[in-house]
Design a protein around this ligand. Sequence first.
Ligand SMILES: C[S@@+](CC[C@H](N)C(=O)[O-])C[C@H]1O[C@@H](n2cnc3c(N)ncnc32)[C@H](O)[C@@H]1O
Length: 247
Amino acid sequence: MNKSQNIYDNQDFFDGYKKLRDNQYSANNLEEKPALFSLAPDLQGKAVLDLGCGYGENCAEFKALGATTVLGVDISEKMLAVATAEHSDIEFIRADMSDLSFLKRKFDVVFSSLALHYIENFGLFVKDVYSLLNDGGYFIFSQEHPLTTAPIAGASWSKDADDNVLHYNLTDYARGGKRSTRWIVDGVEKYHRTFSEIINALVTAGFTIEKMIEPIPTKETIERDKSWEKYLHKPNFLLIKAMKKME
Ligand SMILES: C[S@@+](CC[C@H](N)C(=O)[O-])C[C@H]1O[C@@H](n2cnc3c(N)ncnc32)[C@H](O)[C@@H]1O
């Protein structure tokens, strides 16, 4: 079935990821989710697709915000086992979203939260999403920030003798393509794309970009934990809201 890597079905990865997500102060909770939901249009009566839906948490919120139908798609059996157990009123399909030709219906809003850096052919993927949307529909996604995915050796920071962060070690930005990194386990495959590659793929597919967000930690977050201050050098995430123009 899979063309793409399915690392979330690796038991060690799955357990480690669960621990990260159980932390109330995770980057997802503090930065990514608030930014994602701030981009959501009125979902009342809308048909919503969530690509790389994971545990289905966002799907449940889309429904609570008034969406009439919500479909979650994910490649991972383990993630979907949690999703179906916790959200029995939502439809989930196990599939590799790098080929969306199995979807025969249209949607008003397509969301994808922190999954697109796992997709190799972004241009093709974005064209598929465009054709799945109704006119005036939205594609709203978050991904690891391109400055995070850039270094081939993995993201790292330079520190002084007292362990204070001096700066982010940016390398390989213009070298797009596959990255094999250690994140929870070795050999996690992600794809690095420059800003221009991301934006040009969206524009080429026909999208109009309405808004971008690179969330940074709030003052309260930094006061609670000074280690968050480094994300003022380099944000964790990139979020984009793009619209399919009315024909
Ligand atoms: C970081 S998790 C995010 C889960 C969820 N969107 C959230 O924000 O809570 C990434 C998810 O993308 C899924 N994923 C990765 N590659 C995929 C692919 N090619 N097709 C479908 N899902 C994929 C993973 O299985 C995982 O559940």
